[in-house]
Design a protein around this ligand. Structure first.
Ligand SMILES: Nc1nc2c(c(=O)[nH]1)N[C@H]1C(S)=C(S)[C@@H](COP(=O)(O)O)O[C@H]1N2
Ligand SMILES: [Mo]
Length: 201
C-alpha cells in the first residue's frame, strides 16, 4: 500500500551515537560559559592536583607538554541538547597526571577547577581508566580561548559542563561536593545516555 511504503521508506534512522534528546550540531560548535572569557597565556597557565594527596603536584605549560600524549576521538554532548561527532582532541590523560601523586585511601571525588573560579565535581572513577583528559588541541589546531584554551578538561562520556574550560586543576576529595552548575540545578553526575540533565533526572 502506498501509505505504508511512503511511511517506512522515508523514515530516517536515528544515529545510534546520539544520546536521547540530543541533536547533531554538525559543523557548529556553540560557545557556552557562565563567566567572562579570560585571557590566560601559556606563561601563566598551571595545572595542580591537590586535596587528598600526599604532596600536591603542579605542572607548568612546558611541563605538561612534555608528558606522554593521549588522544580522544569521538563525540561530545552538551546538556542544552547539541552533540558533535568525530572530534579529535589531543592532550594528556588524567591517568598520567594522577600517576604523579599518591592518593589518600579516602580519595573518592574530584573538584575540577578553572582559572576563572568555575568548578565542577566528578567521582574519581569518571576521570580515571582512560575516560578523561586535559586537552589543548582540537582537530589538530590549538584550542581557542573561547573553547577553553590554552587547555580544558575533557570528560566526553558525561555532559560537557563537566569539561571545565581554562582548567586549573583537580582537588581530590573524600566526599562529593557540588560545583557551579550542580549547585544551580544540574544533575550531580550528568550521564547523557541516562539523560541525567537536572537534579531529580
Ligand atoms: N570555565 C568554564 N568551563 C565550562 C563552562 C563554564 O561556564 N565555565 N561551561 C560548561 C558547559 S555548560 C559547556 S556545554 C561547555 C561548553 O564548551 P564550549 O564552549 O567549548 O562548547 O563548557 C563547560 N565548561
Ligand atoms: Mo552545557
Amino acid at each position: 500500500m502506498a501509505i505504508t511504503r511512503g511511511f517506512t521508506g522515508r523514515r530516517k534512522t536515528r544515529d545510534p551515537r546520539l544520546p536521547p534528546g540530543q541533536y547533531d550540531a554538525g559543523a557548529d560548535w556553540p560557545v557556552l560559559n557562565a563567566e567572562a572569557t579570560p585571557r590566560i597565556g601559556t606563561d601563566r597557565w598551571t595545572f595542580t592536583i591537590d586535596g587528598l594527596v600526599e604532596q600536591p603536584v603542579s605542572w607548568t605549560w612546558a611541563e605538561i607538554q612534555a608528558l606522554p600524549r593521549s588522544r580522544y576521538e569521538g563525540a561530545i554532548h552538551c546538556v542544552t541538547t547539541w552533540s558533535k561527532f568525530d572530534m579529535t582532541f589531543d592532550g594528556v590523560s588524567v591517568d598520567t597526571l594522577l600517576e604523579a601523586v599518591s592518593l589518600s585511601p579516602d580519595a573518592a571525588y574530584v573538584m575540577a577547577t578553572s582559572h576563572t573560579g568555575y568548578a565542577t565535581n566528578l567521582p574519581l572513577e569518571d576521570v580515571t581508566g582512560g575516560k578523561a583528559w586535559v586537552v589543548w588541541t582540537v582537530d589538530g589546531s590549538p584550542l581557542t580561548t573561547e573553547h577553553g584554551g590554552p587547555a580544558r578538561l575533557l570528560v566526553p562520556h558525561l555532559y560537557f559542563w563537566k569539561s571545565a574550560k581554562w582548567v586549573s586543576g583537580l582537588r581530590v576529595m573524600a566526599s562529593d561536593e557540588p560545583g557551579f552548575w550542580e549547585r544551580n540545578g544540574y544533575h550531580d553526575r550528568g550521564d547523557p545516555w541516562l539523560e541525567q540533565r537536572y537534579q531529580g533526572d
